[in-house]
Design a protein around this ligand. Sequence first.
Ligand code: GUN
Length: 299
Amino acid sequence: MSEAKIIDGNAFAAGLRDTLAEHVREIRDYNHVTPGLAVVLVGDDPASQVYVRNKNRRAVEIGMESFEHVLPSDITEQQLLTLIEGLNDDPAVHGILVQLPLPPHISSTKVIEAIHPDKDVDGFHPWNVGKLATGGKGMIPCTPLGCMMLLRDQLGELEGLKAVVLGRSNIVGKPMAQLLLRENCTVTIAHSRTRDVPAECRGADILVAAVGRAEMVRGDWIKPGATVIDVGMNRVTKPDGGRKLVGDVRFDEAVKVAGAITPVPGGVGPMTIAVLLRNTLLAACRQHRLKAPACDEWV
Ligand code: GUN
């Protein structure tokens, strides 16, 4: 059997960013609105620092304004809530993202609920979670939406396909399942208490792995010809002592069975930031009552 098609997330994300940049230029020139994204980082976790830097860099690249707030890890919950209140009231800020995880003394639930739902470009506020679940127009979480864009590009119509989502996190698994359901897939969420995870996976036309366990999904868990989306980003030590990034799927095995598969890195990863920029543009357009043709799909 021939090897799977490798889904190029870098290329897709670059195309999306180009479309967004054009639209940002238009609303800046004609409507005098510059979309603004505030990114808040608490503490000095190196991986989070890299993500936050990339989010800001990409926002500026497409002509947005970026406001970076880096706070010490001993900041109080109240100080963080006060900062968010200020960002909610700031008309130059259209999108607010607080990088997770937060230090243990700060309640991420309280922080997420403090962000105004219209500025919640992560789509984590209960109002946006409810909108997604009930088919309304809210803000859709970035990583699952990025996965859906790749799936639709790869497969076209998804109606009637069997989709298995591995993992039930609020950030990826649950919203991913909601989006697949909205596309009329038959959806299963498999998780740590599922009786026979490989058997569930073998039934999937679409398999989305989002468990955060390095190379857990083996080649013989995959239905021949299935589309595999690997959300995992696991840093592991190689036999020579070096470090490398691997997904939740054993790529060398899966590529021989699947019909199409996202690599790690270069699959889902670049899509997350591109969709964050898309959500920021959408938020800016909604707040200024402007049309957002670049964001018309997936609202
Ligand atoms: N940490 C890991 N993924 C995410 C994300 O999508 N949004 C935020 N805010 N924090 C994260």
